[in-house]
Structure formats: C-alpha cells, structure tokens
Design a protein. Structure first.
Length: 346
C-alpha cells in the first residue's frame, strides 16, 4: 500500500527541508517503539513516518515523487523498479539505516536502540528524554617485553599501535545509506570500527614485576552509544637477565673469584644493576660461599626500599700447572692440609 508522505508528516508540498525535519522529529518522538513498548499500532505509525521522511528528505526521491505522483512513484519510479521500502525489522536491528534520518536531524550517526547497530554517536534515548544506553568500550590487552635493568630503573615505552576507533563513515553501525536502501560500510567492512595508527608512551614504574600490568586509560575499544572508550592494559614481561636471577625484590648472581683471593682474602669486584661494587672476602673463604650486598637488589614499587643482592662465590682454578707450580701445590698441601679431607683406608 502506497502512502502520501506529505499527508503522513502533515506538511505542505512547498515545505522546506527544515519544516520536514521538524515535523518528523515531533512525530518520531511520539511514536517511536522505544517509548511505546508493545504497541503495534505505534510501531506501524513510526514505520510510516520514517518511510515518508526517507522520501521527502532525499531531494532526488522527493522530486521523482512530485513528478510521478503517488501510485506511479511506487510502481514505476527509479527506472521502472519502483520505490523500495526500507526494511524495518526492529527485533533484529533491521536493514533500514537511521543514519540518514537521525544523523540528518542531529548531525551525527544513529544508534537508536532498536533501529540501528550500537556504537554510533546518536542515542535516541538521550535526544528524546529516555535513559541513556551508553556503555564503556572493552579493555584491550597487550604484552610488553622489557629488560631486568629497565624494570629496575623504570622506563618509558614508546608504542605504535592500531587503536580501535568508531568508524567515521558509518558512526559504528557498519552500514551506510545507498540510494533507497543500505549497504555494508566500505571503510570498516561492516565491523563498525577501524584501527587508527597511534604513537603512545607508557611509563613503566621502577620495580615492576613480571606479569604486572600498566593501564592506559581511554586507549581501548570505543564505547557504544556515546559511552567512553575502554582502556589499554600492558602486561609487562621481564626478559631473563644473563647475570642476575630475580626472586621477589632480591637478586642472585654467581661471581667467579680467583682461588688465591679465596685463600688469602681481599677485595673483589662484583657486578650490580648500576655498575660494580666492592666486596670484602675474608681469608679462607670456601668455594660456593653466599654473601649479601645490602640494598643492591630491585627497588620495591611505591616504597623507598630496595631489595638485596646475594652473590655466590665460585672459585676459579688454574687449568695448566708447570712442574714448578705443581711442586708448590704439593708443598702447600703438606703445609696446610684440608682438615675434613678423607684419609685413605688402611
């Protein structure tokens, strides 16, 4: 059944675009299904006024309607194919795009609760006085690998990421107007989102541990119906260090020490995260002795404290001995026998 769009909207044939918009807005506010839940008559009326506005808001359609008249426009318009009514299927989101209706009225894309896909800039509930259906976007997780030394001092990570954002062409609906119908948005491929390449900086605090996360607010997926975007969560992975092993806030390392330094005692240099430190070794120190350097470990996040460094002394032995050196070793063994050395069986 064809309808008279002028009569449905209650406007004259000489009404300008502003008057047509105003009439549609008034009727849409009154008959929209979201404010007339379960009222089939109101839903049908809303379909009629939306169809009427679809015709009169498009200069090409309006001119063809005026030239052909109502019956011919519906039967023989558009090159003989006739006017194709929009697909109003409110329960499934529908094939009809309110982008050209609500977006035309309010200067943005539609995200009416039933008439379009979520994620657009327009909310029917907001503009017509109902409750806002805005929803925050999802958080996005990403792994970030840093070195142990970067974890100790803190660092600023520079990232180049494709951040999901609402598609600017379809305003997050995934569909755009196409003459009398709709088509998949060519920009986002129907997803309603595009990836914008952004350069980000993330401050990694000193003392961060493997598996901890750093949150970048507002850098996640876009919100729906005008809601705020989600956050970007950087899960920090600390690479194994070639020198140090981390256990909580303490560090452990094996340090090679000359046999003679262990025997005589003295001062040896040991590696630290910030350089080298001197360690006093008593004479007669045994191979494998563990010693502590206080405050040379990892900083404790959010505290003015630091863990410790534990070094295990590993004796370095000469690999080749001359006859003279071997004779000295034998003399040393006689002069300074090892007390717990096992005696041969008699």
């Amino acid at each position: 059944m064809s309808l008279d769009p002028y009569k449905v909207l209650g406007v004259e044939k000489n009404a300008d675009a502003s008057a047509i918009k105003s009439a549609y807005r008034k009727l849409a506010r009154k008959y929209h299904p979201d404010v007339n839940s379960g009222d089939a008559e109101a839903e049908n009326k809303f379909k009629e006024i939306s169809e009427a506005y679809d015709i009169l808001s498009d200069p090409t359609k309006k001119q063809e309607y005026d030239n052909l008249g109502r019956e011919a426009f519906y039967e023989r318009g558009f090159g003989g194919s006739g006017y194709q009514r929009p697909d109003f299927d409110f329960s499934q989101g529908g094939g009809f795009s309110f982008n050209d209706i609500f977006g035309d009225l309010f200067g943005t894309g539609s995200s009416a609760k039933r008439g379009g896909r979520p994620g657009g800039g327009f909310s029917f509930d907001t503009h017509f006085g109902g409750q806002t259906q805005a929803r925050k976007g999802d958080d996005v997780s990403l792994k970030l690998t840093i070195s142990l030394r970067e974890a100790a001092t803190g660092t600023e990570a520079k990232l180049e990421l494709g951040i999901p954002r609402t598609c600017p062409q379809c305003q997050g609906q995934g569909i755009v107007a196409n003459g009398g119908g709709v088509r998949t948005c060519p920009t986002c491929g129907g997803r309603g989102q595009v990836n914008n390449l952004e350069n980000l900086k993330a401050k990694i605090p000193a003392g961060i541990k493997d598996g901890q996360k750093v949150r970048l607010k507002g850098k996640g997926s876009p919100g729906q119906a005008g809601g705020p975007p989600g956050d970007l969560l950087l899960e920090v992975s600390v690479k194994p260090d070639p020198v140090f092993i981390r256990k909580d806030n303490d560090l452990y390392a094996d340090v090679p020490v000359s046999l003679y330094d262990l025997l005589k005692g003295g001062t040896v240099e040991v590696p630290t995260l910030t350089g080298r430190a001197s360690l006093k070794v008593p004479s007669g120190t045994q191979n494998g002795t563990k010693m502590r350097l206080k405050g040379q470990g990892m900083p404790i996040s959010k505290k003015k404290e630091t863990g410790d460094l534990y070094v295990t002394l590993k004796a370095k032995l000469p690999t080749k001995l001359s006859p003279e050196a071997m004779k000295l070793v034998e003399e040393l063994a006689e002069a300074a026998p090892i007390e717990d050395r096992e005696k041969p069986a008699s």
